[in-house]
Design a protein around this ligand. Structure first.
Ligand code: SAM
Ligand code: DTB
Ligand code: SF4
Length: 331
């Protein structure tokens, strides 16, 4: 039986249209006793998903570094003094070869990421070719290329793009302290263009940026109040990168990370909640708590964009130990 605190928070049963979540309601969820929170999250998760299955996406940085945006967490911003190797847009053939390898390893979705503020027309044509060729391998396609116009979104859809990743990243109140070269509204506009083009929305954020619990709640409320909420919600734990303004950000308590996952699950019942960046720095026990809290998707492959991720064989062993398995058919 749930305790009184839990009872005052309204039920997260899915409705035809999404619920509106106030920041205070989300914050109250984040503050639930841990066992109550996990119980709520598991109830919601099991109502909509096989709790033992994980969706696996492999990431590839198709254009690395030299980005004109000033995101305070990112190794790829030209404003940040990081020591990554810039790399121009990859050739289509090399991208398709990487996608094929990812498929052979068991990934069902391939996500192509570029360090751009926004793609130009020529870049977009090249990415559209990559999308259609990766799609032809029988994989789901995802791209994250920065801001997207309506026209570019339509072109990508035409090429066979299934998902577009564009994160809200943090709470509106904190946003201006993390990024100054674009606005929150710019982010929301791109999500609208993506949705209108018929592409599924993948949007989440980063925790551990030094936000307080109210700001963490505000990020989740923003995502959950999108109408409809995103199909896929990546929750990244900040990977601290030397040379970025956030290199010395205080560590987030791992249990607060797990709580964030649980609240994302409760407020966005049918979304795939992705345990994203930061897994390499996380113990298996914490990752397991995230799965129990409702995370049902991961980035699979030994590299994220410029930082490491657990190797495929390591993740396979973990899944086996937990009796979990990859989603094999397309979802
Ligand atoms: N340039 C595009 C954009 O910003 O939308 C696409 C690539 S960008 C690297 C994709 C996302 O990666 C960011 O929105 C952010 O959420 C996440 N990210 C970047 N650096 C990170 C870091 N150091 N730790 C955790 N997440 C990070
Ligand atoms: C997302 O939300 N996380 C991924 C993906 N979308 C593109 C990126 C994580 C980047 C982590 C830092 C790096 O490897 O540079
Ligand atoms: Fe550029 Fe994206 Fe990194 Fe921001 S997060 S600096 S937009 S690559």
């Amino acid at each position: 039986m749930q305790n009184q605190t839990a009872e005052v928070i309204r039920s997260a049963a899915p409705a035809a249209s999404p619920q509106r979540w106030s920041v205070a309601e989300v914050e109250a969820l984040l503050k639930l006793p841990f066992p109550d929170l996990m119980y709520r999250a598991q109830q919601v998760h099991r109502e909509h998903f096989d709790p033992n299955a994980l969706q696996l996406s492999t990431l590839l940085s198709i254009k690395t570094g030299g980005c004109s945006e000033d995101c305070g967490y990112c190794s790829q911003s030209s404003v940040n003094a990081t020591d990554i190797q810039n790399q121009k847009l990859m050739e289509v053939e090399a991208v398709v070869a990487a996608a094929r390898a990812a498929r052979e390893n068991g990934a069902t979705r391939f996500c192509m990421s570029a360090a751009w503020r926004e793609p130009c027309d020529r870049d977009l044509e090249n990415v559209a070719r990559m999308v259609s060729e990766v799609r032809a391998l029988g994989m789901e396609t995802c791209a994250t290329l920065g801001m997207l116009s309506e026209e570019h979104a339509a072109q990508l859809r035409e090429a066979g793009l299934d998902y577009y990743n564009h994160n809200l990243d943090t709470a509106p109140e904190l946003y201006g302290e993390i990024i100054t070269t674009r606005t929150y509204q710019d982010r929301l506009d791109t999500l609208e263009h993506v949705r209108s083009a018929g592409i599924s929305v993948c949007s989440g954020g980063i925790v551990g940026l030094g936000e307080n619990i109210t700001q963490r709640a505000a990020l989740i409320a923003q995502l959950a109040n999108l109408d409809p909420y995103p199909d896929s919600v990546p929750i990244n734990n900040l990977v601290k990168i030397e040379g970025t303004p956030l290199a010395e950000a205080p560590d987030l308590d791992p249990l607060d990370f797990v709580r964030t996952i649980a609240v994302a699950r409760i407020t966005m019942p049918k979304a795939y909640v992705r345990l994203s960046a930061g897994r390499e720095q996380m113990s298996e026990a914490v990752q397991t708590l995230c799965f129990l809290a409702g995370a049902n998707s991961i980035f699979y492959g030994e590299k994220l964009l410029t930082t490491g991720n657990p190797a495929e064989d390591h993740d396979r062993v973990l899944m086996k130990k937990l009796g979990m398995y990859p989603l094999t058919e397309k979802h």
